[in-house]
Design a protein. Sequence first.
Length: 60
Amino acid sequence: MYFRYGLKYLGFTALISVPMTLFTVNLNIFGIFFGTLLIMPLALTLNTGTLLFFKEIRED
């Protein structure tokens, strides 16, 4: 269960990380601004999902 969640999380973040890095680096200040706006909700969703995952494990 932990391993599967970790693999999915790693795969998803790796998939998102490369294009977002290229986007933010190549567009200078505009890339940083829009990259931040795009990543903030995604980061919040991933953090919430992780907390709910560990809460569910703790309840079992």
